[in-house]
Design a protein around this ligand. Structure first.
Ligand SMILES: Cc1cc2nc3c(=O)[nH]c(=O)nc-3n(C[C@H](O)[C@H](O)[C@H](O)COP(=O)(O)OP(=O)(O)OC[C@H]3O[C@@H](n4cnc5c(N)ncnc54)[C@H](O)[C@@H]3O)c2cc1C
Length: 392
């Protein structure tokens, strides 16, 4: 039994195995994807059902102990970083898909379900869940809602906030609320948008109703190489200005291309200064027309090489490089800090050039791999936490 009152209370009221408090059991929870910051909580509570989660929240509220919710712990903003005087509430056991409603194109899922498994479960019905963060194999839908996660396909299909319909939540003192509704509109204030991206500060999500979309008949990717980031940045603006909204439009700069190619053979040209990956989806006829159009725009913008995926395996290979870009950083550096900021698309080239200048100035390499179509930058600043001057 622990000398900390809240731990004793939790151990007394929750089933065995739901409360971890030994230091070695807490260690795996000391940080999320932002590993530069670490802290052990008083205890980790891993409820099996809503009643247990509610009880844990009520007990913590009574004892004035702060609670941080955690999904899969892949967040890059420190949202699931425990508080040293608080409880970490892991939603990992809420891992069931409750219902797929094909007629209404929605799925009700528990918050610990991984992003990718929703699309996998919906696949037999010809449906999928569109937002696809690169961490989708691991990250949870609860974490996606709390971070308003985006992904490659959000340019065309929107972020998490545009693809959910309702939430069941527990407030921090354990009160149950339904936010949104089974219908497309709900009366009153749009609290769904408020909850989305609130990093668990407004409540603990216990169920999510996500929207599902019909799988497009076909999709193809254009891989375009450029001799400068300026040219690649200008090509992004030109594609959107030409009236096409690609399903995805991503940019990798030279350091990112090299890191990825060493990690996984994605077929990226190693002599390019920047590449764009542009996915077009829809009916075969539409995709054919759009590919011709985008190829022309890229050529006019100075593309030095253009490849179009010829089959599904090649399309997935092109994306595999992009999706492996963050893990590939491990080949270059023991640690990285991922910035996340969105700028007007037309300033891409200027901002990328400025990032390069700052990289030289501070002596820290930076790789850029990001959602260019949205102007959503992810400069990855490479450093070594064991070298003191690297994290002043
Ligand atoms: C390799 C890699 C690639 C990534 N790519 C992308 C990307 O393309 N796009 C993107 O947006 N993000 C990306 N991320 C970041 C991360 O995966 C997302 O933010 C994801 O949504 C986090 O989900 P999670 O389950 O890991 O949440 P966690 O990290 O566990 O938590 C994130 C936040 O959500 C809160 N939270 C978690 N579950 C709940 C719940 N049930 N109720 C209330 N609050 C909750 C936590 O308190 C915390 O504030 C990437 C991360 C990595 C490591």
């Amino acid at each position: 039994m622990s000398d900390k009152p809240i731990i004793a209370v939790l151990l007394d009221r929750l089933p065995e195995g739901c409360v971890l408090h030994d230091a070695e059991d807490l260690r795996p929870y000391e940080c999320d994807g932002l590993s530069a910051y670490r802290s052990l909580p008083l205890a980790v509570v891993i409820p099996e059902n809503v009643e247990q989660a509610r009880l844990a929240l009520q007990l913590c509220a009574q004892h004035v102990v702060p609670v941080v919710a955690r999904g899969a712990g892949t967040g890059l903003s420190g949202g699931a970083l425990p508080l040293a005087d608080g409880i970490l509430l892991s939603m990992a056991r809420f891992n069931r898909i409750l219902d797929i409603d094909v007629a209404n194109r929605v799925a009700r899922v528990q918050p610990g379900v991984t992003n990718l498994s929703i699309s996998t479960a919906a696949e037999p019905y010809g449906l999928y869940y569109a937002p696809d963060p690169s961490s989708q194999i691991a990250c949870s839908i609860g974490g996606n809602v709390a971070e308003n996660a985006g992904g490659v396909h959000c340019l065309k299909y929107g972020l998490t906030t545009h693809n959910i319909q309702a939430l069941e939540i527990l407030t921090m003192d354990g009160e149950h609320m339904t936010i949104g509704s089974a219908a497309l509109d709900a009366p009153g204030l749009d609290l769904l948008a408020l909850l989305t991206g609130s990093e668990g500060l407004l409540g603990v999500i216990t169920e999510v109703t996500v929207k599902l979309l019909p799988r497009p008949e076909t999709a193809q990717v254009i891989l375009a190489a450029f001799a400068s980031v300026d040219a690649a940045g200008a090509a992004v603006t030109a594609v959107i200005a030409s009236g096409i909204i690609p399903a995805g439009l991503e940019l990798l700069d030279r350091p990112a291309i090299h890191a990825v190619e060493k990690f996984i053979d994605a077929g990226y040209p190693s002599d390019a200064t920047a590449i764009l990956l542009c996915e077009l989806d829809g009916s075969s006829v539409d995709v054919g027309v759009q590919i011709e159009h985008v190829n022309r725009v890229f050529r006019d913008a100075g593309a030095t090489e253009l490849k179009v995926s010829q089959n599904e395996a090649e399309r997935l290979r092109f994306w595999a490089g992009r999706k492996a870009a963050f893990p590939a950083m491990g080949r270059l550096s023991p640690d990285y800090y991922c910035m996340d900021g969105t700028i007007p698309r037309k300033h891409l080239a200027r901002v990328l050039n400025r990032i390069e200048t700052l990289s030289d100035e501070y002596g820290l390499p930076i790789c850029n791999v990001f959602h260019a179509g949205d102007g959503n930058l992810h400069p990855l600043i490479l450093y070594d936490a064991n070298r003191p001057h690297h994290h002043r």
